[in-house]
Ligand binder design. Structure first.
Ligand code: ARG
Length: 495
């Protein structure tokens, strides 16, 4: 059949051209939203008497009769065309010919993208809550164990396992806050903007917005159809979350090496080698680490496509969509799996303890001790301890032995005053577990902080889950209202 939606201005497009400019290959995620938008728009047209009862009722009946999983026709330009075309075929031009009165694919696609994007932000947020839950579980299970803290991947100072994972918990908390803030900016309705200028057709934009679960309007019609910063912001949220997940993934991989031996990834998230029978490869964290690269690629692509676009709608905008889907798909799958990898991760307390014992990571505490107990300025204390460490490395003796032996002469050379240090005091100062307990500052690695951290984490988690639940239920309510209105209006003519 001739493509009636192509109108009369242009003749048939070449097949190659149509395939090239078609979005049908990535319209599936918005299909159900496009149906809802058509319903809400028709209800608005009917409410302001722009269409007759018959038109409204048959159009709504057609729309609500569409199967939930609509098969997309690969030969049409997009889902917007396809639905209108199917409607004309099914109920005739006299009724379906009004579906697009006062609306354009431009406001429709922007609206549908926002509806799908907000759903994806909620899913990603739920998965990030699961990551937080797994981190809290690790803190509960292993939190008080000492381990080496690293800078430059060199032993720096002793920390607790809780301290390590709490850092990630707080990073994920910021990811969740970013998702919530993005959600508020995404959740605004472009409908009624039409192509770019608004329309002379009477449409209550607020009414349409509320039927579709939006919190408000993307008001300026030009901005409503041409801006994709909501998509860029969402991909940014996904990218930032991925960077954090990739850091966790990298550490899980590192900790699973025989050199570290701190952790073992559960079998469900590992693979073996096709030739080396002993191998247990941490393939899920590896893939998370790699997917972060893919999402950063999507981010770059989406930003680059939209840069320097003139107002208002340009078909370039369509090209952003597949990047939005891929970035959010990858981030969601990564977060879901990382949550499972972390909650099933087994730590090896002996290896952690062994690694922090006699590793000289308490050298800073020895310098602090010289300041507090011996009145040595910190810079000189740093020099004294540095020299003792060097001697200890050179002689292959422990820091304790070297400090006992060399402290008077080294301090004498550095400060002009020989410092003597008591053996028991020295032993305490160099003991990782004891120095951990001396940590006083808020947010430090003191093991006594663990119960308070767990309390704080469970509060954050509860708040996060509750905004997600509120957002979900408000979308569900709106959808219920839409379905109600549709069935009421459908029914008006039947009798
Ligand atoms: N399929 C398009 C998209 O995804 C919407 C169509 C807008 N096309 C147009 N010629 N105004 O962005």
């Amino acid at each position: 059949m001739p493509n009636i939606l192509r109108g009369s201005r242009v003749r048939r497009a070449s097949k190659r051209a149509n395939d090239f400019i078609s979005s049908i290959g990535f319209d599936t995620p918005i299909t159900k939203h496009v149906v809802s938008i058509n319903m809400a728009h028709m209800l608005a047209l009917y409410k302001s008497k722009e269409v007759t009862r018959e038109v409204a009722s048959s159009s709504l009946k057609f729309l609500s009769g569409l199967p939930a999983q609509l098969d997309l026709d690969r030969d049409t330009e997009d889902v917007h065309h396809m639905i209108e075309q199917e409607a004309i075929k099914a109920i005739g031009m006299d009724k379906a010919g009004y579906l697009n009165l006062g609306k354009s694919r431009n406001d429709q696609v922007a609206t549908a993208l926002r509806m799908e994007t907000r759903a994806r932000l909620l899913e990603l947020s739920t998965a990030l809550c699961k990551v937080q839950d797994s981190l809290a579980l690790l803190i509960r299970r292993y939190g008080k164990l000492p381990m080496p803290g690293y800078t430059h991947l060199q032993h720096a100072q002793p920390i607790t396992v809780a301290h390590h994972f709490q850092g990630y918990f707080e990073a994920v908390q910021r990811d969740l806050e970013r998702a919530a803030q993005a959600y508020a900016r995404v959740n605004l309705s472009p409908m009624g903007a039409a192509a770019l200028a608004g329309t002379s057709i009477k449409i209550d934009r607020e009414y349409v917005a509320s039927l579709l679960g939006f919190e408000g309007l993307a008001e300026n019609a030009m901005d409503a159809v041409s801006s994709r910063d909501f998509a860029l912001e969402t991909i940014s949220v996904a990218a930032m979350a991925m960077v954090n997940l990739s850091r966790m993934a990298e550490e899980v991989i590192l900790w699973s090496t025989s050199e570290f031996g701190f952790a073992e990834v559960a079998d469900e998230f590992s693979a073996t080698s096709s030739i080396m029978p002993q191998k247990k490869n941490p393939v899920v964290p590896e893939t998370v680490r790699a997917k972060c690269g893919s999402v950063l690629g999507e981010l770059t692509a989406a930003f680059t496509i939209t840069k320097a676009l003139p107002n208002s709608y340009n078909l370039d905008l369509q090209e952003v969509t597949p990047h939005l889907w891929r970035a959010t798909d990858d981030a969601l799958a990564s977060a879901v799996l990382m949550a499972e990898v972390l909650s099933s991760l087994k730590l090896n307390p002996d290896r952690l303890l062994l690694s922090v014992r006699g590793d000289m990571s308490t050298a800073t505490e020895l310098a602090n001790h010289l300041v507090k107990e011996q009145g040595v300025p910190f810079r000189q204390a740093h020099a004294i301890v540095g020299e003792i460490v060097r001697k200890s490395v050179e002689n292959g003796s422990t820091l304790e032995e070297t400090a006992l032996k060399e402290m008077p002469s080294v301090s004498g050379r550095v400060t002009g005053r020989a410092v003597k240090i008591d053996k028991d005091q020295l032993r305490n100062v160099l003991d990782a577990l004891k120095t951990l307990e001396l940590t006083r500052t808020a947010g430090g690695a003191n093991p006594h902080a663990v119960p308070r951290l767990l309390l704080k984490d469970s509060r954050s988690l509860k708040q996060n889950l509750s905004w997600i639940a509120r957002a979900r239920s408000s979308l569900k309510e709106a959808d219920g209202r839409l379905r109600d209105q549709v069935s009421k209006t459908e029914g008006e003519v039947i009798r």
